[in-house]
Design a protein around this ligand. Structure first.
Ligand code: AHM
Ligand code: MG
Length: 340
C-alpha cells in the first residue's frame, strides 16, 4: 500500500498521461467515466441484501419505483455513462447480443470503443460474495467521424489500449492496466474517490494456489486430471500440495491471483470444447492485466491475447496467473495432447 499523500485515480491517470506528450487525455477521461459507472454500481451493490425489502427485478419498491436486477442496472449504467462521455464511439456488453454504436457527432469522432461484462459472477450476489465489472478498451479501426463498426469489437487482445476491473468485495477497488503498468485503487467511501492503494502490481512468478471448478474433474481431459493430481501431491521442495481456492467469480479469483500469485483455470472439457468464459470481455482484459503485471495467460494452445475473435460472444479455455504455474499446466496438457 502507498504511504502518505492520498493520490486519487484521476490525479494518477493524468500524471501518467503527461509522460506521453502525444496523449490527448481521452483515455484518461474514459477511465474516469468507467470509474464513475463503477461508483454508481457500487452504491446499488451495497444495497443488494435489501432486495427482499426493496423489491426484486420487475417488482415495485415501497416508493412505487420499478426495481432493476443488479446486472441489468450495471449494464444500463455503463451504457448511459459511456454514451454521454465524449470519448467512446460504442460499446459491446455480455448483456447485449450485438454491439451498440453511439451515433451522435461527439461519439462518432471518438477514437475508443469499450467492451465489458457489467456484473460478472452475478450468481454470487445472493450469497454476498464478491462480484465485479470487467472492461476492455480498444482504439477503433473504423473511420473516424462515422459510427463504429463490428470490426472495432473483433480485435485481438494484443491490440488493447487498456483493460481493468472493478471488484465489489470487502472494499471496492478499481484495477486497471495499460501497456506500462497495473495499478489498483481502493474506493474511499467518505470522499467517493478511488485512491491509489496498490501501485505497480506484479504477479508473483510462482504461487501456491490453484483455482478452478474441481467438481468438473470428470469432464476434464487426461492432461488436466494429471495436472490436478500434481497440485494435490505432497512435495516439500516445491511447497505442495497446493491450496485450492475457487470463489466462482472470475474477478474475485483473479484479484487474489494477481496479489498472491497462483493459477486460475477454466479449461475446455468434454462437453464444452471452448470452456465457459468469454474471450473479449472476460479473458482478454484479464490476460492483458496479468501480462502487464508479469504473468501469463494461455488458451492451452497459444496466448489468449493472440486469438483473433470471429464473433462477439465467443468462448476460450483459459490458464492464467503466475508464469511458472501456467507453464507447468501447459507441460501436462501438451504431454497428454488432449486439449482442443
Ligand atoms: P457469468 O458471466 O454468467 O457471471 O459467468 C462467469 C462466471 C465467472 O465469474 C466464474 O469464473 C465462472 O462463471 C464460474 O463458472 P462455474 O460455476 O462453471 O465454475
Ligand atoms: Mg461474466
Amino acid at each position: 500500500m502507498s504511504q502518505g499523500k492520498l493520490i486519487t485515480m484521476d490525479e494518477f491517470t493524468i500524471q501518467e498521461t503527461r509522460k506521453f506528450p502525444q496523449a490527448t487525455g481521452e483515455l484518461s477521461a474514459l477511465l474516469r467515466d468507467i470509474g464513475l459507472a463503477g461508483k454508481i454500481v457500487n452504491k446499488q451493490v451495497r444495497k443488494a441484501g435489501l432486495v427482499d425489502i426493496l423489491g426484486a427485478h420487475g417488482a415495485t419498491n415501497v416508493q412505487g419505483e420499478e426495481q432493476m436486477k443488479l446486472d441489468v442496472f450495471a449494464n444500463e449504467t455503463l451504457i448511459n455513462i459511456l454514451k454521454n462521455s465524449n470519448d467512446c464511439a460504442g460499446i459491446a456488453s455480455e448483456e447485449n447480443d450485438n454491439h451498440v454504436c453511439y451515433e451522435d457527432t461527439f461519439s462518432a469522432n471518438s477514437k475508443y470503443v469499450v467492451l465489458f461484462d457489467p456484473l460478472d459472477g452475478s450468481s454470487n450476489i445472493d450469497v454476498n460474495a464478491p462480484i465485479g465489472t470487467i472492461f476492455a478498451i480498444y482504439r477503433r479501426v473504423s473511420e473516424m467521424g462515422k459510427p463504429c463498426t463490428e470490426a472495432d469489437f473483433l480485435q485481438p487482445g494484443n491490440r488493447l489500449m487498456a483493460a481493468g476491473y472493478i471488484i465489489y468485495g470487502s472494499s471496492t477497488m478499481m484495477v486497471y492496466a495499460t501497456r506500462i503498468s497495473v495499478n489498483g485503487f481502493t474506493l474511499e467511501p467518505s470522499i467517493g474517490e478511488f485512491c491509489l492503494s496498490h501501485p505497480n502490481m506484479k504477479v508473483p512468478e510462482n504461487g501456491k494456489i490453484y483455482s478452478l471448478n474441481q467438481g468438473n474433474t470428470i469432464k476434464y481431459s487426461e492432461g488436466m486430471v494429471a495436472y490436478l493430481n500434481y497440485c494435490m501431491e505432497s512435495n516439500k521442495e516445491e511447497n505442495r500440495p497446493y491450496s485450492h481456492r475457487y470463489i466462482g467469480s472470475m474477478v474475485a479469483d483473479m484479484h487474489r491471483t494477481l496479489i498472491k500469485g497462483g493459477i486460475f483455470i477454466y479449461p475446455a472439457d468434454k462437453s464444452n470444447k471452448n470452456g465457459k468464459l468469454r474471450l473479449q470481455y472476460e479473458c482478454n482484459p484479464m490476460a492483458f492485466i496479468v501480462e502487464a503485471a508479469g504473468g501469463k495467460a494461455s488458451t492451452g494452445y497459444g496466448n489468449v491475447l493472440d486469438v483473433q475473435p470471429t464473433e462477439l460472444h465467443q468462448r476460450v479455455p483459459i490458464f492464467i496467473g503466475s508464469k511458472n504455474m501456467v507453464n507447468k499446466v501447459l507441460e501436462y496438457i501438451k504431454e497428454k495432447e488432449t486439449v482442443a
